[in-house]
Design a protein around this ligand. Structure first.
Ligand SMILES: [Ca+2]
Length: 239
């Protein structure tokens, strides 16, 4: 089935059902139109420049439009690494835009000129998404080039290998400490991804109420994919 015929069917179906059912099954990816996303600041929908998909595109990322944002609600199952491909137009020159995943700045997308406002191109980035709805936002931050139009994003499971570390079995001894006791924390880190973790540069931070109370030493060995658990010992603290 061609993409055109799929989207013809989409127009006949309820939009939500179409996005999560038909197009995902037929294309292996799910398409989210920018004009249907949540817009902030000066971002607004336009149809001036041809070549877009769906009912239009989002503009309003011009010079001085700091804070302009387009937030996509992206639904995936299961949790894991996904390719997020932005289709954009850029008739100015080399540009960039900040990308937030679930409110945390995850990357800055580099957006080379497409040569004309009616020529559209794509840039793909890979993000770790949670099961269910994720918010992916393209925000004009200080330092970004902006001056772009956003057409859509396509989301699909990534083919590249990634680690996926999960912390579990958080424990402390003594279990019921007195005020003067020293407490030692420990946790287990498993790699549920399909690539080894980096051999250094990460540790486990133990936090109570958002404040770090102990941290493990930096880990110095990669955790292999499928490795069920590596033990991280936090330093002792006094409460
Ligand atoms: Ca569009």
């Amino acid at each position: 089935m061609s993409q055109k015929s799929i989207w013809t069917l989409c127009r006949l179906a309820r939009a939500g059902y179409c996005l999560f059912g038909l197009s995902a099954q037929a294309l292996g990816q799910t398409l989210y139109e920018a004009e249907n996303a949540t817009l902030g600041g000066t971002a607004n929908v336009s149809t001036e420049h041809a070549g877009y998909t769906g009912a239009g595109y989002v503009q309003g990322y011009d010079a001085g439009d700091l804070g302009a944002s387009t937030t996509f609600s992206v639904s995936v199952t299961p949790a894991g690494w996904y390719d997020v491909t932005l289709r954009y137009g850029n008739g100015y020159g080399a540009s960039s835009i900040s990308v937030y995943v679930n409110s945390a700045k995850a990357a800055v997308a580099q957006l080379p000129s497409t040569g004309s406002w009616t020529i559209w191109s794509t840039v793909t980035q890979t993000f770790l998404l949670t099961a269910g709805v994720n918010r992916i936002a393209y925000v004009y931050d200080t330092g970004d080039g902006a001056r772009i139009n956003l057409d859509n994003v396509a989301v699909s499971p990534t083919a590249s290998s990634k680690p996926d570390l999960a912390v579990s079995s958080i424990q402390w001894v003594p279990v019921s400490p007195l005020e003067s006791d020293s407490i030692r924390f420990s946790a287990t880190v498993a790699n549920r991804g399909n690539a080894a973790s980096p051999a250094s540069g990460f540790l486990v931070s133990f936090r109570i109420g958002g404040a770090e109370v102990a941290a493990s030493p930096a880990y110095t060995a990669a955790i292999a994919p499928g490795e069920p658990g590596a033990n991280f010992q936090g330093r002792s603290i006094n409460i």
